[in-house]
Design a binder for this molecule. Sequence first.
Ligand code: VGL
Ligand code: ZN
Length: 205
Amino acid sequence: MEALLIIDVQNDFLPGGSLEIKHGDEVIPVINKLQEHFKLVVATQDWHPISHKSFASNHPGKEVYDTTNIKGLTQVLWPDHCVQASPGAALSDKLNQHRIEAVFRKGTNPDIDSYSAFFDNGHLKSTGLADYLRGKGVTRIYIVGLAGDFCVYYSAMDAIKEGFGTFIIEDAVRSVFPDKFAAVVAEIVKEGGYVIQSNELLTVA
Ligand code: VGL
Ligand code: ZN
């Protein structure tokens, strides 16, 4: 059984959003098409309290994109984004949401960031996603969305560690720092995952 995992297609990560990813909106039509190919579609939402420690605004004297140390982990400091229940945190209304069976929220603990759909960055707490997918008989996960060099990357690494066949659909992903994505691809492949293009799934059977 296969599942499509849609990462963080939220207004704040799209053009015009507070943490906009260049060309982020281009993934949406591809993802909408891909959804038709999957029996199970699941999504994530970055969902931060306003006091979240990943926000530069909560570190006086620090600037956006500076780094700091949180619980022994290097933390990039972001603009305020995906504040719980704000319009920026909503999934894009261009994304077809009718087939999304469950939405897993992450980044709710103000003291630690959570790039992966499965665990926070310190692996302190599970979101429950791995057990949810196993409970539905899923063995292969296809990952799409934003951002390729953060939440997609960390989710793929955890999916591999959790024992799922793990595929990133490259043309349905955009990155905060696009130049970093080649290294992400190399790392995913090195760990046993796959990086494919949407047409490998969508070509007529
Ligand atoms: C993300 C930076 C901060 C992501 C979330 O969805 O990739 N990036 N929070
Ligand atoms: Zn975030």
